[in-house]
Design a protein around this ligand. Structure first.
Ligand SMILES: *[C@@H]1O[C@H](CO)[C@@H](O)[C@H](O)[C@H]1NC(C)=O
Ligand SMILES: *[C@@H]1O[C@H](CO)[C@@H](O)[C@H](O)[C@H]1NC(C)=O
Ligand SMILES: *[C@@H]1O[C@H](CO)[C@@H](O)[C@H](O)[C@H]1NC(C)=O
Ligand SMILES: *[C@@H]1O[C@H](CO)[C@@H](O)[C@H](O)[C@H]1NC(C)=O
Ligand SMILES: *[C@@H]1O[C@H](CO)[C@@H](O)[C@H](O)[C@H]1NC(C)=O
Ligand SMILES: *[C@@H]1O[C@H](CO)[C@@H](O)[C@H](O)[C@H]1NC(C)=O
Length: 244
């Protein structure tokens, strides 16, 4: 009986070794599952991929995106997404805002033949439909527009250069929605889909929840032999679907 258990253990260890190339998961703060394709700065050379290197600063896992830093909230290997948040956002402090302007159009998968490690889209090819986040837009207006249409007052908490009337808008701002005398100050993503777009505090909660970005192109290239262009993660069966 004993030898059978031991043999089983050995096989299990060999399997684990094969799967992770001998790299045990790395850990920093609350993120304890840093595995391929990710690597933590300082990990052995062969572990993970350089393009997916994360940092560990003051016990917080940090992801570098377009020369900005984001705090990692969770890594979901199942659906190939990582959730990050702007470091300036504080839960329950409605005056804390993201440091960086970031929207769908910052991501190179908005355009053909992208090569960036992270995508905003949930398919391997360029697409505008299935995105891993939506937007929250902060605007400042010279005159009060009231609670008109999508505009939600954030005035008590947000002051741009100390003057004007500040508003938040959940979802995308179309050109025709922009009122005269109003200026877009910030666009930031959120992956919390259940926020109340009539409440500034709810939109702030959504910002502080953070947003997901995807590395789906990598597994698609690896597992779809014919073509990976239509590859996506199928949430109904929790599997990668090559699209053919
Ligand atoms: C780092 O974060 C982890 C998880 O949040 C915590 O358990 C640990 O005490 C922290 N270590 C330090 C040095 O702050
Ligand atoms: C990915 O998985 C995480 C954790 O289960 C979940 O919260 C998130 O909504 C999923 N995202 C997508 C785009 O499926
Ligand atoms: C809330 O955030 C604002 C803007 O970043 C900051 O000035 C203020 O000190 C914060 N308040 C608290 C209680 O941390
Ligand atoms: C996203 O693009 C905008 C406009 O080009 C730019 O101002 C901003 O810095 C970019 N965000 C990041 C995080 O690089
Ligand atoms: C607010 O959210 C509801 C429900 O998700 C949606 O139907 C509506 O179009 C949104 N309103 C605006 C102004 O974005
Ligand atoms: C707001 O008013 C200032 C001062 O009159 C003006 O310079 C600025 O262009 C106005 N902003 C918009 C978006 O119209």
């Amino acid at each position: 009986m004993m030898w059978r258990n031991r043999a089983f253990m050995v096989i299990l260890l060999l399997l684990v070794h094969k799967i992770h190339g001998g790299c045990p998961p790395s850990s920093c703060g609350k993120i304890t599952n840093i595995n391929h394709p990710f690597r933590l700065k300082g990990d052995p050379e062969k572990c993970g991929e350089k393009r997916y290197e994360l940092g560990c600063e003051n016990n917080v896992t940090v992801l570098y995106l377009y020369s900005a830093k984001y705090h990692v909230q969770s890594i979901n290997y199942k659906n190939y997404t990582v959730r990050v948040v702007d470091p300036a956002l504080q839960h329950h402090n409605l005056s804390s805002l993201p440091l960086r302007f970031l929207s769908r159009s910052n991501f190179s998968d908005t355009y053909a033949y992208y090569t960036d490690p992270y995508q905003a889209g949930l398919r391997a090819s360029v697409n505008w439909e299935s995105l891993s986040f939506s937007h929250i837009v902060l605007v400042n207006c010279n005159d009060s527009v009231g609670e008109k249409g999508k505009y939600v007052e954030s005035g008590e908490w947000v002051k741009w250069e100390g003057k004007g009337y500040s508003y938040a808008i959940g979802g995308d701002l179309k050109a025709e929605d922009l009122e005269v005398g109003c200026e877009v100050k910030l666009v930031a993503p959120t992956s919390l889909s259940t926020f109340d777009n009539h409440s500034y505090s709810s939109m702030h909660t959504a910002l502080a929840y953070g947003f997901e970005i995807s590395w789906i192109k990598l597994p698609c290239q690896k597992h779809c032999s014919l073509s990976y262009r239509d590859c996506y993660f199928d949430s109904s069966n929790q599997k990668l679907n090559c699209g053919y």
